[in-house]
Design a protein around this ligand. Structure first.
Ligand code: SAM
Length: 274
């Protein structure tokens, strides 16, 4: 009897479509070294999900330690089983905590990173300032806080953006076939900038997974994020943005900007400096 083709676990598809942990960590280490004249060793990943970033951090050096915080037990368990388990003895300095980022206490790290726009769940200035204050007090005396944000003229348009992802073998040996990742900007409220976005996947020969992930966010703006970081206590807030390659895609090289062309779509890092 022919075996029915199985859909790969959605977390494999998510990580391959959305995350770029190498770029994120190269950026964080570079900016930290420039600002502080030393290498960072301790990182806290807020909203860590499957903790891919925290795992890559401890994999990079035996001097590194990491804490990953997420409120969702099943997602953390998936990360433990498929990402942390691949680290072997290198997993020693990594702690995953199932907790609310607003409440949890960890030792003070050099870096707090909250990526893939996760903090956009906070929809009022009051809530976001509170979260930024939390990051400020968590960090050690010369720590940096790094978040990201997407924007551009297309960021507030209803759109379905498909992208092909090539077949790959995951770190745990799982073979994932080529698939299509579809970013769906479904709703945008002009009055309060609340958005609802979905991620769909289409795996050829298997099926389409509609609304694999849904995000109910406030789409903040860069000036709002910078202002709230300062209000939360950070001495300064800097915006880093990429340039474009010959195909008009991000070149993934992030430089500090105080002015930027009004492009269709961009992703920025914002750094809160203590
Ligand atoms: C958009 S995912 C981001 C995952 C990962 N950081 C990334 O870069 O892809 C958001 C994650 O935040 C978690 N989350 C939501 N509210 C949270 C909270 N208050 N405290 C901790 N984690 C939270 C969710 O469980 C989810 O795994």
């Amino acid at each position: 009897m022919r075996k029915k083709k199985q859909i790969p676990d959605l977390h494999y598809l998510y990580e391959a479509s959305v995350q770029g942990v190498e770029t994120d960590l190269d950026f964080a280490a570079r900016v930290f070294k420039n600002k502080r004249g030393r290498k960072p060793t301790d990182l806290r990943e807020d909203f860590c999900g499957t903790a891919a970033l925290a795992c890559e951090w401890v994999r990079r050096s035996p001097k590194h330690r990491a804490w990953g915080i997420d409120i969702d037990r099943p997602t953390l368990d998936w990360g433990l089983e498929h990402n942390v388990s691949q680290l072997g003895p290198k997993a020693g300095p990594l702690k995953l905590l199932c907790a609310d980022v607003m409440k949890v206490k960890t030792p003070p790290p050099d870096l707090v990173m909250a990526l893939n726009f996760s903090y956009c769940i906070f929809k009022t200035r009051e809530q976001l300032r509170c979260y930024f204050k939390k990051a400020y007090t968590t960090l050690n005396a010369d720590g940096l806080f790094i978040v990201d944000l997407y924007g551009g003229t297309e960021a507030i348009e209803a759109k379905l953006e498909p992208r092909d992802v090539e077949a790959f073998t995951a770190a745990d040996g799982t073979k994932v076939p080529a698939f299509e990742y579809i970013w769906d900007q479904a709703e945008y409220n002009v009055i309060n900038h609340h958005v609802v976005n979905h991620i769909h996947f289409k795996v050829p020969g298997i099926r389409k997974i509609k609304k694999a992930f849904t995000y109910d966010w406030r789409l903040w703006t860069l000036p709002e994020i910078q202002e709230l970081l300062i209000e939360a206590g950070f001495k300064s807030a800097e915006v880093y943005l990429h340039d474009w390659d010959k195909d008009g895609e991000s070149d993934d090289i992030y430089r500090r900007r105080t002015n930027y062309e009004n492009a269709l779509g961009w992703v920025a890092y914002i750094v809160g400096i203590k």
